[in-house]
Design a protein around this ligand. Structure first.
Ligand code: MLC
Ligand code: AMP
Length: 512
């Protein structure tokens, strides 16, 4: 009998490796070169280590590690061994990590040697059996232990609907939700993007994004791996490093802040970009000024696309000329095979040009939130459309423009911040009666987080003390850039805080 087809995402990515495994797969900024064979062997060794732990099927492998090629190998190893990958932003602090580890109950935590002293304690207290370390210089117990295992490994058989990864997205009520993505969700989206973005045999990707969120981990890495393309790998985003690499590259992906910062570099010229094929932006709205400035400076038209942790990529501006023009200010059309509709509050489609709620469907859309069936049910319509929480409108040619969000979400430099979470921390602080956290325009981050707090009678909470109390507890990018102490918040007749008035009052705070 024929072997059943293995729908493990790693099998799909592995099939994209070039025939000559001795070619360069990844080059780092320190000059290290990893061949495709290195990726194959390294991920096999780590997969064998994970398999040897005799942890149950479906175990979560949590990674709170600096960006490195080995951290990518850990992801690939988790897939190939058939476990579930749980990436965690390195900016997360104790309060956030305690929640994620408590909620996801991983069998394995991999962390940096730097955070091991407190993170291992937290993990062991939460019942985690195995904690390994992985430094950004190949140090740590993960690789030490893996080095004793064979460098071949048979890819674990998986069905398309089996879980591959859990990505935590901040919750509207303050508690984060784990979006459960299957092998099929990720593989279908990767294949669709390979075709729609017209990946070419000689493409070379500059990989400058973190690998703990959808953009850097899935969209960028999967794209290059599936196409057998070399990645010029940067451990962090440094504009000069990107510009130095442009002449050798063909594809770049970034959040809008990366484009804003690159435009500040005199080295960003037409000549430097002459060999580039594609610049892609997403994760947050790209300002039309940035889109136009980029066109003028480089001669290239940025392709803007739209997606979410729960759905991977949803819409994209065209790549191939025959698919149409790239329109600034829009996020393009629904990707092939993906359903996107704009509806009113009764889930009825609104006419072209009218604004409504964006809902989506397709093989890329996640199965639900980890251990939150009620929350999952709330976020889907009875006929199976996922409510994105984004608000948009279609034009007559099917291009979608995102005009706002019905969810109370701030996107700062491509990172999501839910006001309710920050308000929760502020409200607990001495002298604070209540608070309102809002996003205001910021020239670098797009939006910046600020807070307006109401002092309790006789109390005098101070901005610096409130900021200091938040730092160290939660990720720095969530900490308000400014805190204003007031006597009361503006409210409407229903008693609801009028955040729109606060946003208007502080709109020019950062001169944007
Ligand atoms: C850093 N800081 C931020 C910030 N990033 N503040 C607000 N918003 C941000 N995004 C703060 C730090 O806390 C620190 O504050 C100071 O800035 C300097 O920190 P840094 O680490 O040196 O910053 P830098 O390296 O310059 O980082 C900026 C950045 C980074 C833009 C490179 O934020 C980034 O990589 N963003 C990309 C996020 C991403 O990949 N998103 C994709 C999500 S997936 P202090 O107080 O300590 O000085 C998704 C789905 C989809 O949304 O569609 O793709
Ligand atoms: P995340 O939860 O980090 O996956 O963020 C997903 C959210 O980012 C979406 O729901 C949108 O609000 C936003 N987003 C992603 N891409 C774009 C884009 N190109 N334009 C506007 N918003 C975007």
């Amino acid at each position: 009998m024929a072997e059943p087809h293995n729908e493990n995402l790693f099998a799909a990515l592995r099939a994209g490796f070039p025939a000559d495994l001795d070619r360069a797969a990844i080059e780092t900024e320190t000059g290290l070169v990893y061949t495709w064979r290195d990726l194959e062997r390294g991920s096999a060794m780590i997969a064998n280590l994970l398999a040897s732990l005799e942890i149950p099927a479906g175990s979560r492998i949590a990674a709170h590690t600096d960006k490195s090629v080995e951290a990518l190998l850990l992801y690939l190893a988790t897939l190939r061994a058939g476990f579930v990958y749980l990436p965690l932003n390195t900016a997360y602090q104790q309060a956030e990590l305690d929640y994620f580890i408590g909620n996801a109950e991983p069998a394995v935590v991999v962390c940096s040697p730097r955070t091991f002293p407190w993170l291992s304690k937290l993990a062991f207290q939460r019942g985690v059996k195995h904690v390994f370390t992985l430094g950004d210089d190949r140090s740590g117990t993960l690789l030490e232990r893996a080095s004793h295992f064979p460098d071949t490994h048979a890819i674990a058989p998986k069905r398309a609907d089996e879980l591959a990864a859990i990505l935590y997205t901040s919750g509207t009520t303050g508690r984060s939700k784990g979006a459960m993505l299957s092998h099929g969700n990720l593989a279908s989206n990767a294949r669709t993007l390979k075709d729609y973005w017209d990946w070419q045999p000689g493409d070379v990707l500059i990989h400058a994004l973190p690998i703990f969120h959808v953009h850097g981990l899935f969209v960028a890495s999967h794209g290059a791996l599936l196409n057998g393309s070399t990645m010029l790998w940067l451990s962090k985003f440094e504009p000069k490093w990107v510009i130095e690499r442009l002449p050798r590259a063909t594809v770049f992906m970034g959040v809008p802040t990366l484009y804003v910062r690159l435009l500040q570099e005199p080295g960003l010229t037409r000549a430097a970009c002459a060999g580039m094929r594609l610049f892609i932006s997403g994760s947050a709205p790209l300002l039309i000024e940035t889109f136009r400035d980029w066109q003028q400076r480089t001669g290239h038209t940025i392709l803007e696309r739209y997606g979410m942790s729960e759905t991977v990529m949803l819409t994209s501006n065209p790549c191939k000329p025959q698919d149409g023009d790239r329109l600034g200010g829009t996020v393009g059309r629904a990707l092939p095979g993906v359903g996107v509709r704009v509806v009113d509050d009764a889930d009825r489609a609104v006419p072209v040009g009218e604004i409504g709620n964006v809902q989506v469907k397709g093989p890329n859309v996640f199965g639900g939130y980890w251990r939150m069936p009620e929350k999952t049910a709330e976020e889907f319509t009875p006929d199976g459309w996922f409510k994105t929480g984004d608000v948009g409108r279609f034009d007559a040619n099917g291009y979608l423009t995102i005009v706002g969000r019905s969810k109370d979400l701030i996107i700062s430099g491509g990172y999501n911040v839910y006001p309710a979470e920050i308000e929760g921390y502020l409200n607990e602080m001495p002298g604070v009666g209540e608070s309102a956290v809002i996003g205001v325009p910021h020239p670098d981050f797009g939006e910046a987080v600020i807070a307006v707090v109401v002092r309790r009678a006789e109390a005098h909470p101070e901005e610096a003390a409130l900021v200091a109390a938040l730092k160290g507890r939660i990720a720095n990018y969530k900490v308000p850039k400014r805190v204003f102490v007031v006597d009361e918040l503006p409210r409407n007749q229903m008693g609801k805080v009028q955040k729109n008035l606060l946003r208007a009052e502080h709109a020019k705070l950062f001169g944007a």
